[in-house]
Design a protein around this ligand. Structure first.
Ligand code: C2E
Ligand code: MG
Ligand code: MG
Ligand code: MG
Length: 297
């Protein structure tokens, strides 16, 4: 999906269109130069504790604005960066930048500071230097390891390779938290939960959508969400609901015992100031700050 210039919605990007190849190569060369020219930015979305609404963390979300095509959806440019072998460099930029921001919150707020939750692609996890490099970065910027969470999808965690498992183990020993992103949308092989130091499951927004009464998938989604919460708690993991858009969904999740939540109901992804302000106890009012526009997902 490429976002229409100046608009709020992503334009459909049809790979079968005859000019799709041309767009692809434009984006590819754009990606290469974007790393130099600073066309990337980070947004932060608060993660709140459902019991009392207190912000306890923030997911780091990468944004790329192409000089001609405008904002490009992360699903598009991250896949492309993986194919082009640029994800290592890009991922390193996200981690360093995010950790530095979080270190600032930590200096200001101490243990009340929100942790950051950074998305890691499968390729990054397979990078042999990952654990050492990440621990060095934490040290350099002054962020305690327990203030960093890494989000990995089920497919990234599934492979039999020992390297990624060792890297996660080393990071977890230092206190870095590991979360499974979009839980329930990948393969239903749960063996990795036994093998890897996972601390949290994140329920994909697609299951949260159907929670409110009247939605066609209500009974199934409720059952799925309840089961994931039970599974997480049974394994001593925490559970976060993603994509919470309404008060009703937030209320239901609280009564179902879900620990944490994030979504537009609480706050859109925005500048780090949004996090500073929420964490400083000055409420979630985002007026005056730059936040993501309304988009379809
Ligand atoms: P994700 O990690 O599952 O991130 C959640 C997505 O849901 C984000 O989309 C976020 O903006 C969106 N979202 C948040 N609240 C709501 C809500 O209430 N309703 C709806 N409909 N959507 C909501 P975004 O920012 O477009 O990112 C898409 C995906 O791109 C992410 O999914 C993640 O897989 C990937 N991504 C983003 N940044 C990075 C990064 O730095 N590295 C890697 N490897 N992947 C990234
Ligand atoms: Mg994520
Ligand atoms: Mg997710
Ligand atoms: Mg996703």
């Amino acid at each position: 999906w490429a976002k229409a210039a100046g608009g709020d919605r992503y334009e459909i990007y049809d790979p079968n269109r005859h000019d799709a190849q041309a767009l692809r190569s434009t984006l590819s060369s754009g990606l290469r130069s974007a790393l130099q020219s600073g066309d990337f930015a980070l947004r932060y979305q608060p993660i709140v504790r459902l019991a009392d609404g207190v912000p306890i963390g923030a997911e780091v979300l990468l944004r790329w604005t192409h000089p001609e095509h405008g904002p490009i959806a992360p699903e598009i440019f991250i896949d492309l960066a993986e194919e082009l072998g640029l994800i290592g460099q890009l991922g390193r930029w996200v981690l360093t930048r995010g950790c530095r921001e979080a270190a600032g919150w930590y200096r200001e707020l101490g243990d009340r500071a929100p942790f950051i939750s950074v998305n890691l692609s499968a390729r990054q996890l397979h990078d042999v230097g990952l654990a050492d490099e990440l621990l060095r970065t934490l040290d350099e910027v002054g962020l305690p390891a327990h203030q960093l969470q890494l989000e990995l999808t089920e497919s990234a965690l599934l492979g039999p390779a020992q390297g990624p498992a060792d890297a996660l183990e080393a990071l977890a020993e230092h206190g870095v938290r590991v979360a499974v992103d979009d839980f329930g949308t990948g393969y239903s092989n749960l063996a990795y939960l036994r093998r890897l130091p996972v601390r949290e499951l994140k329920i994909a927004g697609s299951f949260i959508e159907g929670l409110a009464p009247g939605h066609p998938s209500t009974p199934a989604d409720r059952q799925i969400v309840a089961s994931v919460i039970a599974l997480a708690h049974g394994l001593n993991l925490t559970v976060t609901a993603e994509g919470v858009e309404t008060e009703e969904q937030a209320h239901l999740l609280r009564t179902m015992g879900c620990d944490h939540a994030q979504g537009w109901w609480f706050a859109r992804p925005g500048d780090p100031e949004v996090i500073n302000r929420m964490a400083g106890g000055r409420g979630g009012d985002q007026a005056g700050y730059s936040v993501d526009p309304v988009t379809t997902h």
